[in-house]
Design a protein around this ligand. Sequence first.
Ligand SMILES: Nc1ncnc2c1ncn2[C@@H]1O[C@H](COP(=O)(O)OP(=O)(O)OP(=O)(O)O)[C@@H](O)[C@H]1O
Length: 636
Amino acid sequence: MTDDRSSTPADEQRSDPTASGDTEPIDAGDEHETGDAEFTIADFHDASQREGRPVLTAAAVSRALEMPHEEATERLEALADRGELQRHAVSTDPVIWYPSELEDLTDRERVVVFPKRREIVVDRPAQFTRAQLSQFAHLADGNGEQGYRYVVRPEDVWGTPHDTFDELVRTMRQALGQRSDQLEDWVESQWDRAHQFRLTTHEDGYTVLEAQSPEIMGNVARQKLDEEHVHAPISETEDWVREGAEAAIKRILYEAGYPVQDHRELESGEELPIDLRVSLRDYQRTWVDRFTEAGEGVFVGPPGSGKTVAATGAMAHVEGETLVLVPSRDLAQQWADTIVEYTSLEPHQIGQYHGGRKEVRPVTIATYQIAGMDRHRSLFDDREWGLVIFDECQHVPSDVYRRSTHLQSKHRLGLSASPIREDDRQTEIFTLVGPPIGTDWEALFDAGHVAEPELEIRYVPWGDDEQANAYGSADGREKYRIAARNRGKIDEVRYLLSAHPDAKAIVFVDYLEQGRDLSEALDVPFLSGETPYHERRRLLEEFRRDERDLLLISRVGDEGIDLPTADLAIVASGLGGSRRQGTQRAGRTMRPAGGALVYVLATRGTREEDFARKQLQHLGRKGMTVRERTVEHDAD
Ligand SMILES: Nc1ncnc2c1ncn2[C@@H]1O[C@H](COP(=O)(O)OP(=O)(O)OP(=O)(O)O)[C@@H](O)[C@H]1O
């Protein structure tokens, strides 16, 4: 059962071809499933596409698919015998071949599988195919001319919603329209890994770790775990788990490449009847169903896709007292408003717990900051929580993680707008909160649930020689800082605002000095960490009520402040943070209101330009349209 070829998540990250910038053309043909026995109509379609014609001779097929002429003829005949191809013989010319359903060629989605790279490329996928694919793969590239590129990683297999491997294979075959033995074998090995261990609840109430076989128990669990985690063996395949050690066990085994199935009976906490006052969208219902089945999980969707609303659906399912952890006070207020708007709960049942207020009520919304403090640790135990929600769970600070390990017996739900898995947070999220539950973002854009922003990166020249010279002689981070604060960006911001006179706009900056300069030049208030909380709230409120149409925000704006009606965002600096920040900033304006535009400014010919380009390629892969423009001195 143990498969040495399978890798741990860490290995996988290193060998992930997308991570190493592998940009090999997808049509390279090196891995086409043209194995000896298999020659399918899809191969014929490949050949027609390469030849640019729907009707082919055997010679053309042999050329396109690089196989001997004789072999091509043989295979074409076999396909014709199966009724998938038609032949047409013209007395003096070679026989020509075409698909039995010629219209296929224009309508049908083409699926090409690259089993070694575990990639699937689909042309014009139908909604159904996308939904199927997203159950075992994730969309890595949705914007290229090469079609949609899906990648299957171990975590994708580990998190599938299927009960049996056979069901999973059925979904795969439906999605791919073909069998790929090599891919299926690999998926099976990952499936096996994820089904070696499970946590269950003994009838006497304690937790048991069960292994599929005595060998896996002996060779993996009992090597990795010690008395800190388990009391004593119950049998060759079962260990009695120490209370509170569940999270550590899940983490250790996950890191060893054996994610643990969590089948414990979860506590539902003190009862709290909740009715929903909104009808969930189909994809939200799927999210909630998957959460319901597992009792844990992370909703992953772009900003504005309705994760918070779907979370109220999860609350209505658990119907237990709920603790919501959020990154900022502003978000705490928004959660309280959303819960009142979309559920039958009354305002007096909802408490907020942060620097400003200390209310613990049946539904309590607390900030991570407070939740991480020793003197507020009782928050976790004050009531019998049945559900703990981690909003923006990619930001959960490590002290909160440490503190929340004992929440393993509750239902756990994470929300995240950043499906980026480039750091080890992924392990923590997966083991402490749960596996990702996602939808392919493109599908949400297509269905009109989230407006796709137009994203434009503008390369701006230096505003004056002084800064350009300073850049030349600076080094390292200083170079980046100078480029970020290029005074030429002030004119550019002005130009963009004047080009969109009716837009409600937000300008993001990363440097206080730049924010102050812009604030003065544009005569708008600047919201930074230095702005008092009530002042920040007031400005945001005014913006929300359409009493203001321009805001200038520093990093502070990044942590979950909701600006629902912004329809223009200018990132004047600050793409230099993490990818995630870039995603969030761009996402800030992705609201159902639609028509959002995002401009990102980068100083021409500097590191900032390189950086922005990389970031935006990433956003492009997430399904946004990205455009680049070089600004001449007279803003165009
Ligand atoms: N099922 C639904 N029916 C009607 N409106 C909905 C539904 N789901 C979401 N919305 C609306 O879509 C908007 C965004 O929803 P929500 O705040 O839940 O998104 P989100 O993904 O949590 O966003 P963010 O990542 O910014 O927190 C809200 O205005 C909400 O009212």
